[in-house]
Design a protein around this ligand. Structure first.
Ligand SMILES: NC(=O)c1ccc[n+]([C@@H]2O[C@H](COP(=O)([O-])OP(=O)(O)OC[C@H]3O[C@@H](n4cnc5c(N)ncnc54)[C@H](O)[C@@H]3O)[C@@H](O)[C@H]2O)c1
Length: 418
């Protein structure tokens, strides 16, 4: 296998693949020599070292690649990898734009490549158990899925390092790749690129894509029919981030809805359980945090709620009636503490199995594209400050021409795929 991007996540994914005896690290590629050296040291083999990923893709001995570069690099690298005949494990979010994601889906299908998108919760046993329970009607009809991404980054956040000449012009240019050429800032590079829109969709596509992927899976949804978002830089955090520190996104699925709440100027938990995801059903709620999930039953009464034949709510003579109606739990409370970690390990295992069987991975390309698009259109709603109606088949907004312009962007020509 070849590894492109060996930073924070690339190193973790490489570690996960190394746990499996049936892969050999044949090549590594990164803009940093020290990251490549660390990977080589861990590899238990003698990988070739490449500074240019296209040279790695030209190596015929490599069957499959991992792409763990910043989001704006995923599409061009992925498309070139498929065209070079490599199977691909590509990190989430799948793409920086919806148009790129669709192009990636089409390319993977045309070239018949096995693809795993890095939404690793899809390979976590505990999530499969939770989803089976939900799909068997465990919490009744889900009316809303909610997700939270919370960390107080006030007062200094990332800081605001001065722009200036890059320490290494070649490295900076290759980092920017297809994105516009802008003055160097260390905040736009390693890890911190997440807070800047040319390279990422912010925390909505960083954490949000994991959560919306699970909510879509649980609710059995492909695409929403509308999306709206409000947010801003409200906390006075002293840094040069572009993404909001506070944001609420709402998706309309016709017979249910979903929300994503991002709080980076306050760290209070989103609910009493401190969950990352909630699934609210008629019979109960599931609170999910990492590998653990908890079912909290609803208490419901068969009796009609409201003013019914002179009884119940609203009748001043029957105040007591509302408290004496029999209520019962229809499901049992349940707490599942799945084993922590291991999800990336299982995700890597699933990819290796599918490379051999030519089967579909747990987080196949279309699944990754639909989950990524869900979050990307949330950012477009935030930027355009509109309720946007979404045609999931055409992958276009139907009520706002300006919003459609955000579905793609113009690459710097020298870094286009091909
Ligand atoms: N699945 C998960 O849970 C998870 C967790 C963290 C990050 N990620 C994803 O992984 C990706 C990388 O994030 P990160 O935190 O590792 O960032 P990072 O900055 O630590 O690492 C990115 C690496 O890509 C390399 N790179 C950039 N341009 C390159 C190029 N042209 N050729 C070769 N290498 C290049 C950089 O040198 C760097 O080492 C992101 O898309 C992120 O969303 C996924």
């Amino acid at each position: 296998m070849g590894y492109i991007g060996l930073g924070n996540r690339g190193d973790q994914v490489h570690d996960a693949f190394l746990e499996h005896g049936d892969q050999v690290t044949a090549a590594v590629c990164d803009l940093r020599d020290d990251y490549m050296e660390l990977a080589i040291k861990k590899s238990r083999s003698t990988p070739k070292k490449y500074k240019e990923y296209k040279q790695l893709l030209a190596n015929k001995e490599i069957d499959a690649v991992v792409i763990a570069t910043p989001d704006h690099w995923h599409a061009p690298m992925f498309i070139n990898a498929c065209n070079a005949g490599k199977d691909v494990y590509v990190e989430k979010p799948l793409s920086l734009t919806v148009a790129e994601g669709r192009h990636m889906v089409d390319t993977a299908e045309r070239t018949k490549r096995v693809v795993q998108v890095g939404t690793n919760r899809r390979s976590w046993k505990t999530y499969h158990e939770m989803i089976d329970f939900v799909h068997a009607g465990g919490i009744g009809k889900i009316s809303e899925g909610k997700a939270f991404s919370i960390r107080n980054e006030w007062p200094n956040g990332l800081g605001a390092p001065a722009e200036g000449a890059p320490p290494d012009e070649w490295q900076w240019d290759h980092w920017l790749g297809p994105a516009p050429k802008v003055p160097y800032s260390s905040n736009r590079m390693f890890y911190n690129f997440r807070w800047f829109y040319n390279y990422s969709g912010g925390q909505l596509t960083n954490f949000g894509v994991h959560y919306m992927d699970i909510i879509r899976w649980a609710m059995g949804k492909d695409s929403p029919r509308a999306v709206a978002a409000i947010g801003g830089k409200f906390g006075g955090i002293k840094d040069n981030r572009e993404i909001p520190d506070t944001m609420e996104v709402v998706w309309d699925y016709g017979d249910s809805m979903a929300t994503f709440s991002q709080y980076n100027a306050n760290g209070a938990p989103g609910d009493l359980r401190g969950s990352e995801i909630q699934l609210r059903g008629t019979k109960g709620t599931i609170y999910i945090r990492n590998s653990s999930w908890e079912v909290a039953p609803e208490e419901v009464s068969d009796t009609i709620t409201g003013y019914d034949h002179g009884e119940g709510y609203g009748n001043p003579l029957e105040r007591k009636a509302r408290n004496t109606k029999p209520k019962k739990k229809l499901i049992e409370a349940r707490v599942e503490k799945g084993s922590g970690g291991g999800d990336t390990f299982s995700h890597a295992r699933n990819f290796l199995d599918c490379v051999k069987s030519r089967g579909k991975c747990n987080a196949d390309i279309l699944t990754g594209h639909l989950s990524t698009s869900t979050t990307l259109i949330g950012n477009i709603a935030y930027k355009t400050r509109n309720l946007l109606e979404w045609d999931g088949h055409a992958e276009r907004f139907t009520n706002n021409a300006a919003a459609n312009q955000w579905l793609s962007y113009k690459y710097r020509p020298e870094y286009k795929e091909g």
